[in-house]
Design a protein around this ligand. Structure first.
Ligand SMILES: [Zn+2]
Length: 290
């Protein structure tokens, strides 16, 4: 079974190509059994706010998943500038299985003591949290693995997924996960697949990326700062496959087949691959592997 963790969806009327229905079509096309869905993350753009004037994005994503309970798993998010403790409680009672948070985009630091109550609430609710980590967007250093280490020690019952393995600080991220029982490593959009990508000429002020040879809409970080598959095998064999979670980052990536194939072809056991491709995230969501 393959579970695509980390899929961003918006209402059909906002963008049909990024809607839960479009995701289901891609899942069918690519042989993906289940997916974890995130609603838009506040602060919203003006256009997105029109769809969630009352900040009820979590209610929306839970409802969007309801008709496909066996395939779509709702996670929520909270507006960190408001009352995140109450919002986390609400998300939990609505049925969200965890929270996706983006410190850089949402403008918060993992060691801010003002967030202690919020993280304590997540511990009480046994609600996992996935953080975007890595060099991306404003303040790239605030998600360095040392802050995850700090947070995981301060809140030992908080289940944390360090998404993108804090690229390019893979070794630091793996070190934290090796030490802290409550820290997991997300593999969304960081696997190195050189031969499929070509270099593009970056425009002034733009992030340098590489695009897929056969479809230029699919872009990746420069391959030299992605995680080589043999290094991933090394990490898995020495730290344990139960720590790694493949993520899609849909619709930022639509060629999920590329990364699934990389993992399926790794020199790992079938059990190790199935942990990475689905079992681990289902266990964290407290769902059965069926
Ligand atoms: Zn994301």
């Amino acid at each position: 079974m393959i579970v695509a963790n980390h899929c961003h969806v918006v209402p059909e009327e906002r963008s049909p190509e990024e809607s839960p229905r479009a995701l289901l079509r891609d899942m069918d096309r690519l042989g993906i059994d289940k997916a974890v869905l995130y609603p838009p993350i506040p602060p919203f753009s003006d256009e997105t706010r029109k769809f969630f004037p009352d900040g009820d994005q979590n209610k929306w994503v839970v409802e969007a998943c309801r008709d496909y309970e066996d395939r779509l798993i709702p996670w929520g998010t909270v507006d960190i500038r408001g009352d995140p403790v109450t919002e986390a409680e609400e998300a939990y009672s609505l049925g969200c299985r965890g929270l996706k948070m983006h410190p850089q985009m949402q403008g918060f630091k993992l060691d801010d003591p003002k967030l202690d109550k919020f993280f304590e609430k997540l511990e009480d609710l046994s609600m996992p949290v996935l953080f975007h980590t890595g060099y991306h967007g404003p303040d790239p250093w605030i998600t360095h693995p040392m802050y995850i280490d700090y947070l995981s020690r301060k809140h030992p019952k908080l289940v944390i997924i360090m998404e993108h393995m804090s690229f390019p600080f893979y070794t630091e991220a793996a070190t934290v996960a090796a030490h802290r029982e409550n820290v997991y490593l997300g593999l969304a959009k960081i696997l190195r697949v050189d031969h499929l990508f070509k270099v593009v000429k970056a425009r002034k002020g733009e992030l340098r990326v590489q695009v897929l040879e056969e479809d230029e809409r699919e872009y990746m970080l420069p391959q030299s700062i992605c995680l080589p598959p043999d290094k991933l095998v090394d990490f898995v064999k020495t730290i344990g496959a139960d720590k790694f979670i493949w993520g899609a980052d849909w619709p930022m990536s639509r060629r999920l087949d590329i990364y699934i194939k990389v993992i399926e072809n790794l020199p790992l056991t079938e059990e190790e691959k199935s942990l990475i491709l689905g079992k681990n995230i289902l266990r964290i969501c407290k769902l059965q592997f069926t």
